[in-house]
Write a protein that binds this ligand. Structure first.
Ligand code: NAD
Length: 370
């Protein structure tokens, strides 16, 4: 089995995808494309990708099986729709789309076209979060009853070369970083039933300090501080704060509180540890050795799984259904913030199947054969 990949969007995040996708023997990165051809050419040269194409030509390329869509959030829907219409499987960077209706349409289109749609993040498939998943499933902390998720920073205009999109509709801390935290929570606790919360914006304008756009002023068009409570179908409650308005904070990334103990989950925007548990009667906090491989930045692992899923006719783990549920939860949080009301979440998704414990090769063998 070998599936041909076409990458659209050769910006900041494309480097790690190109590096990792080439490490999977069942994947072949055949072509790349970008609206700015020079970026695609540089990417192809750096990663020895055979073909540089215009985006439309890549989408229509007869040999490409999977389009990996690494464009900006506002282009995710159009690119993914075109890929599916051309009968390709597609894997989007997060979020799945900006609007909920767009996300629903993509998932429905994939079904009609008998193709898979997948979506980042795939960090929940990394060694850190899979170890957490196993601890929860093994009952080490008992029944999960609550969780906290905090992503507090001051935004991306100090380092990203083109940070404007973070402050436009479809960006903001929730749509940008929320997918990591919410996908991890859904993988650990199952789907969300309803949310409430508030949303604010500390500054109406931001000034870029990174190169090459230093001094450019960005008009902020989306909330930059969102605080919510998520009520899971299981009954568990999560407190979630996503912010670009905070200079410094001493809060954990993600914790899960169970009837028999607490799980300290590593940064869900990473693939590794540390994973710690606090069990009553034992030492204060104990670090748990990781049970799973892929514990370093392996962006593209979700694509590798989706390729196996397409061949073996099974659901992908970083699936469109999961990403659509997360997109609905994020929109529900924004709506709750705007209306000061509880908002029900209608979609449901299965918890993605856990990976088997073991090193990278063991996991990969399982993906290919299951
Ligand atoms: N930068 C990061 O650290 C990071 C980390 C994880 C995920 N992501 C996600 O990855 C995606 C890309 O982010 P980035 O930081 O690489 O952005 P970027 O601006 O560096 O790169 C995006 C690229 O997509 C191209 N593009 C935009 N629309 C296109 C279209 N319709 N067809 C073809 N090419 C198009 C742009 O020309 C640009 O080269 C976003 O969804 C972002 O949320 C970024």
């Amino acid at each position: 089995m070998k599936l041909d990949i076409g990458i659209i969007g050769c910006g900041n995040i494309s480097g790690i995808y190109c590096k990792r996708l080439k490490e999977f023997s069942h994947l072949n990165v055949l072509a790349c494309a970008d609206l700015e051809r020079a970026k695609a050419e540089a990417c192809a040269a750096e990663h020895a990708i055979p073909e540089v194409l215009e985006p439309a030509a890549l989408l229509a390329h007869p040999e490409i099986d999977i389009v990996v869509n690494l464009t900006l959030p506002m282009a995710h829907y159009d690119v993914a729709r075109a890929a599916l219409e051309n009968k390709k499987h597609v894997y989007n960077e997060k979020p799945l789309a900006i609007e909920l209706a767009q996300g629903k349409e993509l998932v429905a289109l994939a079904k009609r076209q008998k193709r898979l749609i997948g979506c980042a993040p795939d960090t929940f498939l990394g060694g850190g979060l899979q170890t957490c998943r196993k601890l929860v499933d093994d009952g080490v902390i008992g029944r999960p009853v609550a969780a906290t998720a905090f992503m507090m920073c001051h935004g991306h205009e100090s380092w990203h070369p083109s940070p404007e999109f973070y402050y436009k509709v479809g960006g903001g801390p929730l749509l940008d970083m929320g997918p990591y935290y919410l996908t991890a929570l859904v993988s650990l606790l199952g789907p969300v039933a309803r949310v409430c919360g508030g949303a604010g914006m500390a500054m109406a304008e931001r000034t870029i300090t990174s190169k090459p756009k230093s001094g450019t002023v960005i008009k902020v068009e989306t909330p930059t501080h969102i605080a919510g409570v998520l009520e899971f179908v299981s009954g568990a409650l999560a407190t979630v704060v996503m912010s670009f308005d905070v200079w410094g904070a001493r809060v954990p990334c993600l914790e899960v509180y169970g009837t028999d103990g607490t799980l300290s989950v590593p940064d869900p925007n990473s693939f590794g540890g540390p994973v710690c548990v606090h069990i009553p009667g034992k030492k204060n906090w104990e670090e748990v050795p990781l049970t799973h491989g892929f514990a370093e930045n392996y962006r593209g692992l979700g694509v590798a799984d989706l390729a196996c899923a397409a061949v073996n006719k099974r659901p992908a783990r970083a699936s469109g259904a999961l990403a659509l549920h997360v997109l609905e939860v994020m929109h529900a949080m924004l709506t709750a913030g705007a209306t000061h009301k509880y908002v029900s979440v209608k979609s449901r998704c299965e918890r993605p199947a856990p990976l088997p414990p073991g090193d990278n090769d063991t996991i990969l063998r399982a993906l290919i054969t299951e």
